[in-house]
Every structure is written in C-alpha cells, then in structure tokens.
Design a protein around this ligand. Structure first.
Ligand code: HEM
Length: 210
C-alpha cells in the first residue's frame, strides 16, 4: 500500500486530530465534572499515561514499517514524536502548577528526594533536544548520522519513563509491567536488526578482502 501525496496529507490531518483526543477527553471531563474526587491526580496520571503511550507508538513506527512494507509510515513519526513532547510538557506543567503551585524550592527538593520524580524529570529533560531537533533544518545541520545517534536516546527515555511509572505505583505493578514487556519487544526487535546488519557488513567485508 502506497498512498498518494494527497492521501498522506489526509492521513496526517486525521492523525493530528486523533492525537488531540486524550486532551479533548480531559477538557470534556473537566467541563462535566467527571475528573473524580482528586482531579489533579486524575489529570497528572492521564497525561503521564498518554506520554508513555505516544512514546511507545512512536518507537513502533520503524518495526511496523519494516514488517508491513508500508514505508510511508515514516512520514508520521515526526508528528507522533512531537505529541510525546506535547503531552510530557502538559504532564510536567500540571505537576509544576496544580501540584506544586510553582513553589520552586519544594520542586527542587521533590526532584532530588523522590526517585520516581527524579526519573520523570530526567526523561523530560532528555526529550527537549529531540523535540528541538525534530525538523528537517536541524536534520540537515546535524547530518543524518549524528541526528540518528541523538534520536536513538528515545529508547533510553522510554526505559526511564517505564521506571518512573514502576516506581510510583504502590501495589499493583500490572500496568507498568505491560509497558515494560511492550518496550522489551521493541528493544528486542531493534537489537536483532542491528545484529543482522552487523553480520551483513562483516560478510561483505570478508567477501571484499577475500
Ligand atoms: C517522558 C516523561 C514522562 C513520562 C513518560 C511519564 C509517565 C507517567 C506515567 C505513565 C504516570 C502514571 C499514570 C497512571 O498512574 O496511570 C505518571 C505519573 C506521574 N508523573 Fe510522570 N512522566 C514523565 C515525566 C514526569 C515529570 C517531568 C514529572 C514531574 C517532575 C512527573 C510527575 C508525575 C507525577 C507527580 C505522577 C503522579 C503520581 C501519583 O499520582 O502518585 N512525570 N507519569
């Protein structure tokens, strides 16, 4: 399946709107008073969950592209990646504003003292250079190789994101475990592909020298 340029524009527009759904949900629930007994916790958790969901979906684009042969999927990756940053920023702002009331001393102490906050903050900091270099101009400036190296940190961010989730749950670790397994599958696929590429390069160099 190879969509025409017009179809790709339509797919991108539909995806853009669909990615706003989690935010629209929050706005609607806020409007009808459906955010539960602890609205701040509900908002923080909803935005955190969606940050992680978008992160895993973004990381799944390359495997899906290779397995399906739908190479045009790559054209959706940048938008998905920017949505990761968008939801992470909203999640972080909810914490800064609604949870901590911009009390900077308390925020610094919280980041230093609570391991799950330290992990979340680290993941957020690591996302900034990826969002800042996501456009074509930065890709050109950095060069494909350096850009790809930098953007590989998305895997580390996902690992730290899952650790952040794992550390904050008190009893039932089912959901963080599900995220950990999904991320493990994505990492496993990536490692297998890298190993195959190395083997091919090695074989090619042996063939050339022999
Ligand atoms: C890439 C960055 C991040 C990801 C992927 C992420 C992900 C998550 C997830 C999945 C949850 C749990 C949602 C649930 O319980 O259903 C969560 C909760 C939370 N996160 Fe993050 N987070 C990130 C960054 C941050 C940052 C920067 C902060 C603050 C400095 C933060 C503070 C919190 C807090 C306070 C909670 C709620 C804890 C609770 O209710 O006990 N997160 N986050």
């Amino acid at each position: 399946m190879q969509p025409t340029p017009r179809q790709i524009i339509a797919i991108k527009a539909a995806l853009f709107a669909a990615c706003l759904w989690p935010l629209a949900q929050l706005v609607w629930l806020g409007y009808v008073g459906g955010l539960g007994a602890n609205p701040i916790e509900y908002i923080t958790r909803h935005l955190g969950t969606w940050t992680l969901n978008f992160l895993l979906v973004t990381l799944a684009v390359t495997p899906l592209r290779h397995l399906s042969g739908w190479h045009w999927l790559i054209r959706l990756r940048r938008m998905l990646g920017l949505y990761v940053f968008f939801y992470a920023l909203l999640h972080f702002l909810t914490y800064l504003w609604l949870d901590q009331f911009f009390d900077w001393m308390s925020i610094v102490k919280d980041i230093a003292k609570r391991p799950f906050i330290t992990a979340g903050f680290t993941a957020f900091l690591l996302l900034i250079p990826l969002a800042a270099t996501s456009n074509a101009a930065m890709l050109k400036r950095l060069g494909g190789r350096r850009w790809a190296q930098l953007h590989r940190s998305a895997y580390a961010i996902a690992i730290i994101g899952v650790i952040h989730y794992w550390w904050l749950v008190k009893k039932d670790i089912t959901l963080p475990l599900v995220y950990a397994v999904l991320l493990g599958v994505l990492l496993g696929w990536r490692a297998a592909r890298l190993a195959r590429e190395r083997q091919r390069q090695l074989r090619a160099s042996i063939y050339e020298s022999g």
